[in-house]
Design a protein around this ligand. Structure first.
Ligand SMILES: [Zn+2]
Length: 412
C-alpha cells in the first residue's frame, strides 16, 4: 500500500476500493461484482435459474426425516463456523440491563432499553408490554431491516405496539450501526456475527423474565430483519414461531455484509442457501411472506415447495405457510403485518385470537413516538463509560484482525 492509499484509508475514503482491489471477480445476472472471500455468497450470487436448479440438487441430498436432520445439523455447523460463533459465544451469561422512561400508551407500554450484549458492547431498543395483566406472556423479537423499516419508523412501532396490545412482550432493537448503535459502522467485517449475537442476547433477556412463557417465543422482521429472523431461528431452538418477511430466496443471499458478509453458505466441499437455512425452523411454525417485486417473487413455485418438503418429512406440513402478495413490493406494510398478526395469534395464542377479524385490523390507536422519546441514551442517561469506544476496540476485544477497521479514530 502506498502513502496516498494509507492516507485515504485513515480518512475512510478508501475503504471500499481497498476491499475491491483485494477481492475476487464474480459475474452475476446483475453484472460483475467483487467479493473479498471466495467462500462468501453475497447478494445475487446466483441467477434465478441457477437458484431453482440448486433447489432441485439440494432436494436430492436427503430423502426423509433422518437424512434431513443430518443435513440440517451440517448447515447449522457451517453457519456457526462461518461467522466464528465461538469467538463471541464465550461471553454468555448474565446480562447488564439499562431500562427507563416507561410510557403508558393505549393498551400497551413502551420502555427504552439497552442490553450489554458482550462486555462493553450495547444492543439498544424498546420493550413493548401489554397493559392488561396476564399470568404468562408470549414474547416476540422484532428486528428491523435496511430500508424504511427501522426501529424508530412507523413499520416497527406499529407491529411492536400492536402485538403488545394483543398480549405479547415485544423487543424491537437496532441493527449494528443503526439508530443508537454507534460503536461500530454497519458495514464492518463482522456485523453478521455481532448482529446475530445481539438477537440471541435479546432472546436470553426475554427468557430471563419470569412472566415469559418459553413455549411461546416468536420472531419477525422484514428484509434484513427477515435475514436476522431465519438465521437466529436456525441456530436457536428457543425461537418457537418465526415470520421472515420478503427475504427468503433461492438465488439471493442477502445484499449486505450483515447478512452474508461472512462465509456461512459455502466451504470447499459444501454449499447451501437461505432457503435451506430458513428450513431449519422445521417443524416449528413458520410463515413466509413474499411479494411479486423482489427476490421472493418465485416463492410459491421455488422456495416454498422445498420448505414444505422439509416440514412434510418431519410430519408437520401444516406448520408452514406462505402468503404471496404478487402485486406488492419489498416492505413490511399493512397487508404483511395483517398476515403476521394472524399467524402469531394462532401459534402464540395471543389473547384475542378469537375476536380478531381475518381481513382487517385497526392500528389507529397506536401513537408513533418520536426518536427522542425512544432513545436509551441521552443527557440524563449517558452511554456507559466502560463501553468499547470504536470499531477498532470492538474487533480487538473479540480477537478479530483490526486491519479492516478504517476508522482507527472513529468519531462518535
Ligand atoms: Zn446490513
Amino acid at each position: 500500500m502506498n502513502q496516498v492509499q494509507k492516507l485515504l484509508l485513515l480518512t475512510g475514503v478508501f475503504t471500499i476500493n481497498l476491499s475491491f482491489t483485494q477481492g475476487y471477480k464474480v459475474e452475476t445476472d446483475k453484472g460483475v461484482k467483487y467479493i473479498s472471500d471466495p467462500m462468501v455468497c453475497n447478494g445475487r450470487h446466483w441467477t434465478e435459474a441457477n437458484g431453482k436448479q440448486m433447489m432441485n440438487e439440494f432436494s436430492q441430498l436427503w430423502t426423509d426425516a433422518k437424512s434431513w436432520k443430518k443435513r440440517a445439523n451440517a448447515i447449522k455447523d457451517k453457519i456457526q463456523n462461518g461467522m466464528q460463533w465461538d469467538k463471541i459465544s464465550q461471553y454468555d451469561g448474565q446480562i447488564n440491563v439499562i431500562k427507563h422512561s416507561k410510557k403508558i400508551m393505549d393498551g400497551y407500554s413502551v420502555e427504552n432499553i439497552a442490553l450489554e450484549s458482550f462486555p462493553g458492547f450495547f444492543v439498544t431498543g424498546n420493550l413493548y408490554r401489554p397493559l392488561k395483566k396476564q399470568k404468562m406472556y408470549p414474547a416476540i423479537l422484532s428486528p428491523h431491516g435496511h430500508l424504511k423499516d427501522k426501529r424508530f419508523t412507523d413499520y416497527v412501532q406499529l407491529r411492536s405496539a400492536y402485538l403488545a396490545s394483543k398480549g405479547a412482550i415485544v423487543f424491537a432493537y437496532d441493527m449494528v450501526g443503526y439508530g443508537e448503535s454507534n460503536q461500530v459502522r454497519h458495514k464492518m467485517p463482522i456485523s453478521l456475527l455481532i448482529q446475530t449475537w445481539n438477537s440471541k442476547r435479546v432472546l436470553d433477556h426475554l427468557l430471563s423474565l419470569s412472566e415469559v412463557d418459553p413455549q411461546r417465543i416468536g420472531m419477525t422482521g422484514g428484509s434484513g430483519g427477515g435475514t436476522q429472523t431465519f438465521i437466529l431461528t436456525a441456530l436457536d431452538q428457543r425461537i418457537k414461531v418465526s415470520v421472515p418477511v420478503v427475504q427468503v430466496s433461492a438465488h439471493f443471499f442477502g445484499g449486505c455484509v450483515c447478512e452474508s458478509g461472512m462465509p456461512i453458505h459455502k466451504t470447499d466441499n459444501f454449499q447451501t442457501n437461505n432457503v435451506e437455512i430458513a428450513a431449519l425452523a422445521a417443524p416449528r411454525p413458520m410463515l413466509l411472506i413474499s411479494n411479486g417485486d423482489d427476490w421472493t417473487r418465485n416463492t410459491p413455485e421455488v422456495e416454498f415447495p422445498y420448505i414444505q418438503k422439509v416440514y412434510g418429512a418431519l410430519g408437520k406440513s401444516d406448520h408452514v405457510e406462505n402468503i404471496h402478495l404478487a402485486e406488492e413490493k419489498h416492505d413490511y406494510g399493512y397487508s404483511k403485518r395483517l398476515a403476521a398478526y394472524h399467524f402469531f395469534s394462532k401459534h402464540l395464542k395471543l389473547e384475542n385470537n378469537q375476536s380478531s377479524k381475518k381481513d382487517s385490523i385497526d392500528e389507529s390507536f397506536i401513537k408513533i413516538l418520536p426518536f427522542e422519546k425512544l432513545k436509551v441514551f441521552n443527557l440524563e442517561n449517558p452511554r456507559p463509560l466502560t463501553e468499547l469506544k470504536n470499531e477498532f476496540e470492538v474487533l480487538q476485544f473479540l480477537e478479530f484482525p483490526t486491519d479492516k477497521a478504517p476508522y482507527l479514530f472513529y468519531k462518535k
